[in-house]
Design a protein around this ligand. Structure first.
Ligand code: ZN
Length: 251
Protein backbone atom coordinates (compact mmCIF):
# COMPACT_ATOMS: atom_id res chain seq x y z
CA UNK A 1 0.00 0.00 0.00
CA UNK A 2 1.25 3.45 -0.88
CA UNK A 3 -0.17 6.39 1.05
CA UNK A 4 -0.10 9.99 -0.09
CA UNK A 5 0.06 12.00 3.15
CA UNK A 6 -1.16 15.58 3.23
CA UNK A 7 -1.52 17.89 6.21
CA UNK A 8 -2.36 21.51 6.98
CA UNK A 9 -3.43 22.63 3.51
CA UNK A 10 -5.07 25.73 5.02
CA UNK A 11 -7.11 26.72 1.96
CA UNK A 12 -3.97 27.25 -0.12
CA UNK A 13 -5.10 26.09 -3.56
CA UNK A 14 -1.87 27.16 -5.28
CA UNK A 15 0.19 24.92 -2.98
CA UNK A 16 -2.25 22.01 -3.25
CA UNK A 17 -2.23 22.20 -7.05
CA UNK A 18 1.58 22.16 -7.14
CA UNK A 19 1.65 19.10 -4.89
CA UNK A 20 -0.90 17.28 -7.04
CA UNK A 21 1.11 18.11 -10.15
CA UNK A 22 4.28 16.85 -8.48
CA UNK A 23 2.61 13.64 -7.39
CA UNK A 24 1.01 12.90 -10.77
CA UNK A 25 3.60 10.39 -11.94
CA UNK A 26 4.03 8.77 -8.54
CA UNK A 27 1.69 5.92 -7.77
CA UNK A 28 -0.40 5.96 -4.60
CA UNK A 29 -3.40 3.92 -3.45
CA UNK A 30 -4.92 6.01 -0.70
CA UNK A 31 -4.75 9.52 0.75
CA UNK A 32 -4.19 10.22 4.44
CA UNK A 33 -5.25 13.74 5.38
CA UNK A 34 -4.11 14.94 8.81
CA UNK A 35 -6.41 17.94 9.22
CA UNK A 36 -6.62 21.70 8.71
CA UNK A 37 -8.09 21.81 5.23
CA UNK A 38 -9.10 25.43 5.81
CA UNK A 39 -8.26 28.55 7.80
CA UNK A 40 -5.71 31.25 6.76
CA UNK A 41 -5.93 30.82 2.96
CA UNK A 42 -8.23 32.21 0.29
CA UNK A 43 -9.59 28.99 -1.25
CA UNK A 44 -11.59 27.11 1.39
CA UNK A 45 -14.24 25.82 -1.01
CA UNK A 46 -11.83 24.56 -3.67
CA UNK A 47 -9.64 22.75 -1.15
CA UNK A 48 -12.55 21.25 0.79
CA UNK A 49 -14.28 20.32 -2.46
CA UNK A 50 -11.20 18.43 -3.64
CA UNK A 51 -10.85 16.51 -0.37
CA UNK A 52 -14.57 15.76 -0.39
CA UNK A 53 -14.30 14.42 -3.95
CA UNK A 54 -11.84 11.74 -2.79
CA UNK A 55 -14.62 9.93 -0.92
CA UNK A 56 -13.46 6.48 0.20
CA UNK A 57 -10.05 7.02 -1.42
CA UNK A 58 -9.05 9.06 1.64
CA UNK A 59 -8.93 8.71 5.40
CA UNK A 60 -9.13 12.11 7.06
CA UNK A 61 -9.15 13.61 10.52
CA UNK A 62 -10.28 17.05 11.56
CA UNK A 63 -7.86 19.83 12.45
CA UNK A 64 -8.45 22.56 15.01
CA UNK A 65 -8.97 25.11 12.23
CA UNK A 66 -11.51 22.85 10.53
CA UNK A 67 -13.41 22.69 13.82
CA UNK A 68 -13.40 26.46 14.35
CA UNK A 69 -14.00 27.41 10.68
CA UNK A 70 -16.97 25.03 10.61
CA UNK A 71 -18.45 26.82 13.61
CA UNK A 72 -18.09 23.89 15.99
CA UNK A 73 -16.33 26.09 18.52
CA UNK A 74 -15.70 29.82 18.84
CA UNK A 75 -11.90 29.69 18.60
CA UNK A 76 -11.52 32.01 21.62
CA UNK A 77 -7.94 30.82 22.05
CA UNK A 78 -6.99 31.72 18.44
CA UNK A 79 -4.84 34.78 17.84
CA UNK A 80 -6.69 37.61 16.14
CA UNK A 81 -5.46 36.79 12.62
CA UNK A 82 -6.53 33.16 12.90
CA UNK A 83 -9.86 34.26 14.35
CA UNK A 84 -10.41 36.79 11.56
CA UNK A 85 -9.61 34.11 8.99
CA UNK A 86 -11.92 31.57 10.58
CA UNK A 87 -14.84 34.02 10.57
CA UNK A 88 -14.11 34.89 6.93
CA UNK A 89 -13.98 31.17 6.06
CA UNK A 90 -17.19 30.28 7.91
CA UNK A 91 -19.10 32.98 6.03
CA UNK A 92 -17.91 31.71 2.66
CA UNK A 93 -18.09 27.95 2.98
CA UNK A 94 -20.71 26.39 0.74
CA UNK A 95 -23.26 24.25 2.58
CA UNK A 96 -21.94 20.91 1.29
CA UNK A 97 -18.35 21.83 2.23
CA UNK A 98 -19.39 23.07 5.65
CA UNK A 99 -21.27 19.83 6.20
CA UNK A 100 -18.23 17.79 5.14
CA UNK A 101 -15.95 19.70 7.53
CA UNK A 102 -18.41 19.31 10.40
CA UNK A 103 -18.51 15.56 9.81
CA UNK A 104 -14.72 15.09 9.84
CA UNK A 105 -13.81 12.75 12.70
CA UNK A 106 -11.57 13.80 15.53
CA UNK A 107 -8.36 11.76 15.52
CA UNK A 108 -6.70 9.47 16.15
CA UNK A 109 -8.08 7.45 13.26
CA UNK A 110 -6.80 3.92 12.88
CA UNK A 111 -5.84 3.32 9.26
CA UNK A 112 -4.49 -0.22 9.73
CA UNK A 113 -2.93 -2.26 12.55
CA UNK A 114 0.33 -0.56 11.56
CA UNK A 115 -0.69 3.03 10.90
CA UNK A 116 -2.73 5.66 12.70
CA UNK A 117 -3.23 9.37 12.00
CA UNK A 118 -4.04 12.40 14.12
CA UNK A 119 -3.90 16.18 13.82
CA UNK A 120 -2.08 17.43 16.93
CA UNK A 121 -1.30 14.60 19.29
CA UNK A 122 -2.94 11.18 19.68
CA UNK A 123 -4.58 12.35 22.92
CA UNK A 124 -5.76 15.74 21.76
CA UNK A 125 -6.10 17.40 18.35
CA UNK A 126 -5.03 20.79 19.76
CA UNK A 127 -1.79 19.63 21.40
CA UNK A 128 1.49 20.29 19.57
CA UNK A 129 4.11 17.56 19.38
CA UNK A 130 7.40 19.48 19.47
CA UNK A 131 9.41 17.89 22.26
CA UNK A 132 10.46 14.35 23.10
CA UNK A 133 8.14 14.52 26.09
CA UNK A 134 5.19 15.40 23.81
CA UNK A 135 6.20 12.48 21.59
CA UNK A 136 6.39 10.02 24.47
CA UNK A 137 2.88 10.94 25.55
CA UNK A 138 1.62 10.60 21.96
CA UNK A 139 3.23 7.15 21.57
CA UNK A 140 1.68 5.90 24.79
CA UNK A 141 -1.91 6.59 23.73
CA UNK A 142 -2.01 4.24 20.69
CA UNK A 143 -0.58 0.85 19.76
CA UNK A 144 0.31 1.35 16.08
CA UNK A 145 4.02 1.54 15.33
CA UNK A 146 3.59 4.32 12.76
CA UNK A 147 1.76 7.53 13.64
CA UNK A 148 1.39 10.43 11.22
CA UNK A 149 0.57 13.81 12.74
CA UNK A 150 0.30 17.44 11.68
CA UNK A 151 -0.46 20.74 13.45
CA UNK A 152 3.13 22.00 13.97
CA UNK A 153 3.69 22.57 10.22
CA UNK A 154 7.28 21.35 10.70
CA UNK A 155 8.46 18.18 8.91
CA UNK A 156 9.90 16.10 11.69
CA UNK A 157 10.16 12.64 13.14
CA UNK A 158 10.45 10.93 16.53
CA UNK A 159 11.74 7.38 16.68
CA UNK A 160 11.08 5.20 19.72
CA UNK A 161 13.18 2.08 20.08
CA UNK A 162 10.91 -0.34 21.85
CA UNK A 163 13.47 -2.96 22.84
CA UNK A 164 13.25 -2.78 26.66
CA UNK A 165 17.00 -3.27 27.07
CA UNK A 166 17.74 -0.23 24.95
CA UNK A 167 14.82 2.17 25.18
CA UNK A 168 15.56 5.37 23.34
CA UNK A 169 13.74 8.26 21.75
CA UNK A 170 15.36 10.20 18.93
CA UNK A 171 14.10 13.38 17.30
CA UNK A 172 14.96 14.56 13.81
CA UNK A 173 13.97 17.46 11.60
CA UNK A 174 13.21 16.38 8.04
CA UNK A 175 14.32 19.31 5.94
CA UNK A 176 15.28 19.32 2.29
CA UNK A 177 13.79 18.94 -1.17
CA UNK A 178 13.63 15.15 -0.95
CA UNK A 179 14.19 13.10 2.19
CA UNK A 180 14.06 9.29 2.31
CA UNK A 181 13.52 7.43 5.57
CA UNK A 182 13.59 3.65 5.91
CA UNK A 183 11.48 2.49 8.81
CA UNK A 184 12.98 -0.29 10.91
CA UNK A 185 11.21 -3.21 12.53
CA UNK A 186 11.00 -2.94 16.30
CA UNK A 187 10.87 0.85 16.30
CA UNK A 188 7.91 3.17 16.51
CA UNK A 189 7.58 6.37 14.54
CA UNK A 190 5.80 9.67 14.94
CA UNK A 191 6.09 11.47 11.64
CA UNK A 192 5.00 14.93 10.57
CA UNK A 193 5.05 15.35 6.76
CA UNK A 194 5.01 19.16 7.09
CA UNK A 195 2.37 21.52 5.83
CA UNK A 196 1.10 21.76 2.26
CA UNK A 197 -0.24 25.28 2.56
CA UNK A 198 1.59 27.14 5.33
CA UNK A 199 5.08 25.75 6.03
CA UNK A 200 6.72 27.08 9.20
CA UNK A 201 10.26 25.71 8.98
CA UNK A 202 11.66 28.69 7.03
CA UNK A 203 11.27 26.77 3.79
CA UNK A 204 8.33 28.25 1.86
CA UNK A 205 7.93 25.21 -0.41
CA UNK A 206 4.84 23.03 0.00
CA UNK A 207 5.50 19.79 1.91
CA UNK A 208 4.01 16.32 1.55
CA UNK A 209 4.97 12.66 1.95
CA UNK A 210 4.45 9.24 0.43
CA UNK A 211 4.74 6.10 2.57
CA UNK A 212 5.13 2.67 1.01
CA UNK A 213 4.11 0.07 3.61
CA UNK A 214 5.67 -2.90 1.78
CA UNK A 215 9.06 -1.28 1.37
CA UNK A 216 8.65 0.49 4.76
CA UNK A 217 10.02 3.53 2.99
CA UNK A 218 8.93 7.12 3.48
CA UNK A 219 9.60 9.91 0.99
CA UNK A 220 9.18 13.54 2.00
CA UNK A 221 9.10 16.17 -0.71
CA UNK A 222 9.19 19.95 -0.95
CA UNK A 223 7.60 21.58 -3.97
CA UNK A 224 7.86 25.12 -5.30
CA UNK A 225 4.52 26.76 -5.92
CA UNK A 226 3.17 30.18 -6.85
CA UNK A 227 3.57 31.70 -3.38
CA UNK A 228 3.11 35.25 -4.73
CA UNK A 229 -0.24 34.29 -6.24
CA UNK A 230 -1.44 32.67 -2.99
CA UNK A 231 -0.37 35.82 -1.11
CA UNK A 232 -2.04 38.14 -3.60
CA UNK A 233 -5.33 36.25 -3.32
CA UNK A 234 -5.22 36.36 0.50
CA UNK A 235 -4.74 40.13 0.46
CA UNK A 236 -7.34 40.65 -2.28
CA UNK A 237 -9.85 38.59 -0.28
CA UNK A 238 -9.54 41.04 2.62
CA UNK A 239 -7.82 38.50 4.89
CA UNK A 240 -5.02 39.83 7.17
CA UNK A 241 -2.02 40.60 4.89
CA UNK A 242 0.32 38.97 7.42
CA UNK A 243 -1.21 35.62 6.43
CA UNK A 244 0.01 36.23 2.88
CA UNK A 245 3.39 37.61 3.90
CA UNK A 246 4.32 34.65 6.09
CA UNK A 247 4.00 32.32 3.10
CA UNK A 248 6.93 34.09 1.43
CA UNK A 249 9.23 33.04 4.26
CA UNK A 250 7.70 29.76 5.31
CA UNK A 251 7.30 31.11 8.80
ZN1 ZN B 1 -2.53 23.88 10.84
Amino acid sequence: MRYLILSDIHANLEALKAVLRHVRRKHFDHVLFLGDAVGYGASPNQVTGWLRSLGPEATSVRGNHDRVCAGLDGGEYFNRYARQASGWTFERLEARNLEWLRALPEGPAEVSPEVTICHGSTLDEDTYVFSSYDAQVAFSAVTQPVIFFGHTHVPSMFVLRTNPEAMSLRARLLSGRRVVVDLEEGERYLINPGSVGQPRDRDPRAAYAIYDTNARRLHLYRVLYRVEEARRRIIQAGLPPVLGDRLLYGA
